[in-house]
Design a binder for this molecule. Structure first.
Ligand code: ZN
Length: 139
């Protein structure tokens, strides 16, 4: 069995944002040379997510609004986590809802997606450099 590991880096200029990282994952798959197997993609931070959904601007706006209603950033004093001096309790909660990682089947050297599926990095405490892990195993 072959394995391939790569870290991707992102610096989202706003507190919250969504980035389609499918091209970078496809590039990692090409570099791996793996034709049949599994690709794991996970955020390496507890205030960011990796998830799969549609690359549609309206939907991303809806996610942002929905998450902000579920876990508003302000007032920051409403969260006990922020008693530590941090202000990102809402980002931890948003990350939990949107998930840590995705696993995609690799078939004939391609990411074996369902209709409209794309991989996104979800940032909830941005304005700093953060990492995503891509691990691909197979043969
Ligand atoms: Zn925190």
């Amino acid at each position: 069995m072959k394995s391939y590991r790569k870290e991707l880096f992102f610096e989202v200029p706003e507190r919250m944002g969504f980035v389609n990282i499918t091209p970078q994952v496809e590039e990692a798959l090409r570099m791996s040379g793996i034709r049949e197997g599994l690709a794991l993609v996970n955020a390496m931070h507890i205030t960011a997510s990796v998830f799969i959904n549609d690359d549609e601007r309206g939907l991303h706006h809806d996610y942002a609004q929905w998450l902000e209603r579920l876990a508003p950033h302000a007032p920051i004093g409403q969260y006990r986590h922020n008693d530590t001096g941090e202000d990102n309790a809402d980002a931890h909660l948003k990350r939990q809802v949107m998930g840590r990682e995705v696993v995609v089947a690799v078939t004939e050297g391609r990411l074996d997606f369902g209709t409209w599926e794309q991989i996104f990095y979800g940032e909830f405490d941005g304005r700093r450099r953060k990492r995503v892990l891509v691990k691909i195993i197979g043969e």
